[in-house]
Write a protein that binds this ligand. Sequence first.
Ligand code: G3H
Ligand code: ZN
Length: 284
Amino acid sequence: MPLVTVKELLEGAERGKYAIGAFNCNNMEIIQAIVQAAEEENSPVIVQASQGAIKYAGLEYITMLTKLAAEQTKVPVALHLDHGTSFEQIVRCIRHGFTSVMIDGSSYPLAENIALTNKVIEVARAIGVSVEAELGKIGGTEDDITVTEREATFTDPLEAKQFVEATGVDAIAVAIGTAHGIYKGEPKLDFERLKKISSLIDIPIVLHGSSGVPDEAIKRAIDLGVRKVNIDTNLREAFVNKARQVMEEKPKEIDPRKILGPAKDEMKEVIKEKIRLFGSSGKA
Ligand code: G3H
Ligand code: ZN
């Protein structure tokens, strides 16, 4: 089926009290792994592209590959820009066919974040593209974007309410103790903060930096209103570890398909586990 918007997937998630997995892609194998995993779990899914993915594969390749994968399956697939940093890039993504965009204005003061988000919403709404924003600063590194531990700040619940009222954004990413990349210790999520945010706003909440967060914590976050869970690092690990294993076991292998194929399958299994954890299996 044609690509769908994140907004409609998150509306279904809100009704059913589950979350949709948003998985980062960088190449054809990863897009196939994401969509095949969703198909095998009969789940809606979000394919998302970060700054690094766009730099690596190009906007056109990512869009065309994801559109094709979506058209060949019967489960709903959305294509989302992850951590969009500029208005210009967002317009380019929309023009190429992304059905959802994130404008990450979290590095700006509140008023500027609101203004930038509203500028994006004005364009996106006109053609039915959904918009995610970020409030508070999520730590760690996601491709080109690094937020040090010192810079990371948790989302203020009252600011979240103010932000949502001032923008009417479709979904909001919050900083409650997760971080991008590999965790040094076990992440401790601030559930009280999440509960407060949830009680003050009535739009879906997005959890970033979700790789390495214990399953029980993810489930609790979903119980408290998280409807989109972003996963990147766990997918990279699965893919590269398998590719490395194959190359170590068969050092003479020169067929890329025999390395990338098993890596893709390994990644697909991880995505299926996440989909089951998020509760979206069977919800397509
Ligand atoms: O925006 C992408 C995610 O927040 C991914 O975070 O690499 O820690 O899974 P992760
Ligand atoms: Zn993120």
